[in-house]
Design a binder for this molecule. Structure first.
Ligand SMILES: NC(=O)c1ccc[n+]([C@@H]2O[C@H](COP(=O)([O-])OP(=O)(O)OC[C@H]3O[C@@H](n4cnc5c(N)ncnc54)[C@H](OP(=O)(O)O)[C@@H]3O)[C@@H](O)[C@H]2O)c1
Length: 244
């Protein structure tokens, strides 16, 4: 079974990825600080279904010193790594002029530095196998801009630059690196959006709706599979046409 790490796999988009990818036959290693009932149920369903698997490891990915030993332990427990989905993230909003320096630092640490370090250690396993897939979850706000999300947008735009250059660096070793940029999706991260804002997002999109977590999960499944063999260094937008 091919091993795929999904950070932030306990809820929201990451949980949808864990469910869809385990059903597609991968062994998902879901990382988050805490597990959830939904993840436990998904793990049981994968085990009962006999196709794919979901394992959970608790970790705080903003504790950067823990990342190297964590990847080492995962390799020892599960074997070579095929995929890494850098999905865990914070969505802290705030006007830059009044945001606490500590919150700015926390955002950059979890959304930017942690995926870079995880990629660094996971890619070593992929290099040894001469195959692998890294997918970074960015956001449409990296390119559109959104008031109150300047620091968040900076972290997501940085992941896109990282994606393109790393794709160039490791391509000759058979490793692809892509980003997926979702539009607004109903999860805990976006619970602050009120009904009027949700309706406005849907109304302004080409398809007149918001995407669902499963839409992002399916795009990841595609990039991990044979369909993604010759796709690297790109950003796949999943936003129901919000930016069309
Ligand atoms: N929802 C959207 O509209 C949207 C749009 C564009 C992009 N995105 C991006 O998509 C990704 C997933 O978003 P989501 O909406 O699914 O968010 P979410 O529902 O808030 O889930 C975040 C996940 O990250 C984990 N996480 C948070 N802090 C962590 C830490 N320090 N260490 C380890 N895990 C941590 C959470 O688990 P614990 O809290 O238990 O650690 C949870 O599993 C994020 O990168 C987000 O920026 C979301």
């Amino acid at each position: 079974m091919q091993n795929v790490i999904v950070t932030g796999g306990s809820r929201g988009l990451g949980l949808a990825m864990a469910c869809a990818l385990s059903a597609a036959g991968y062994r998902i290693i879901a990382l988050a600080r805490n597990s959830t009932e939904e993840l436990v149920a998904a793990s049981r369903a994968a085990a009962d279904g006999g196709r794919g698997a979901i394992e959970f490891r608790a970790c705080d990915l903003s504790d950067l010193g823990q990342i190297a030993p964590l990847v080492k332990a995962l390799r020892a427990d599960f074997g070579p790594l095929y995929g890494l989905i850098n999905n865990a993230g914070l969505g802290t909003s705030g006007l830059l002029s009044t945001m606490r320096d500590q919150d700015i630092q926390r955002l950059i640490q979890l959304n930017t530095v942690s995926p870079i370090l995880l990629s660094k250690y996971a890619v070593r396993s992929m290099m040894a196998q001469r195959e692998g897939r890294i997918i970074n979850i960015a956001s449409i706000v990296a390119s559109t801009g959104y008031g109150g999300l300047s620091v968040y947008s900076a972290t997501k735009a940085s992941l896109i630059g990282f994606t393109r250059s790393l794709a160039r660096e490791v391509g000759r070793l058979g490793i692809t690196v892509n980003a997926v940029a979702p539009g607004f999706i109903a999860t805990e991260m976006t619970q602050e959006l009120d009904e009027a804002q949700r309706q406005q997002i849907a109304r302004r999109s080409a398809l007149k709706r918001m995407p669902d977590p499963i839409d992002v999960a399916r795009s990841i499944e595609f990039l991990l599979g044979d369909g993604g063999r010759n796709i690297t260094g790109t950003v796949l937008t999943v936003d129901a046409g919000s930016t069309a």
